[in-house]
Write a protein that binds this ligand. Sequence first.
Ligand SMILES: O=c1ccn([C@H]2C[C@H](O)[C@@H](CO)O2)c(=O)[nH]1
Ligand SMILES: [Zn+2]
Length: 128
Amino acid sequence: MTDQELIDTARKYREFSYSPYSKFKVGAAVLTKKGNVYGGCNIENSSYPVTNCAERTAIFKAVSEGEKEIEAIALIADTEGPCSPCGACRQVMGEFHINKIIMANLKGDVKVVTLDELLPYAFTDKDL
Ligand SMILES: O=c1ccn([C@H]2C[C@H](O)[C@@H](CO)O2)c(=O)[nH]1
Ligand SMILES: [Zn+2]
């Protein structure tokens, strides 16, 4: 599974986005250490803060299938530059030690970063 294939999967799941309020569609896909791929989209709610981002949908799908070991996550949206994950998703990525984040947009821009770059001085399980 190449980075581009993971981005293509995220792009496919973006089409499932339930975003009637923001109309901002996001797709994500995680690659597990076992080699399985789980896709996700953002799912909004009339009570706005209840919304789940695409990245957390994909991560929670993997974890709820018993796969906590995650190699990489890709996310994609129709943004000017590669789409950057929100703070809540960064924190969840930290929980599962996802170190490779592939940010993309529909135009084909891609940026690959580490969690440490996105969330320096993260609060994690090691702090408890
Ligand atoms: O990285 C991001 C950023 C935003 N959203 C969603 C949340 C909301 O549904 C919409 C606008 O914020 O986009 C994601 O899914 N992932
Ligand atoms: Zn988020």
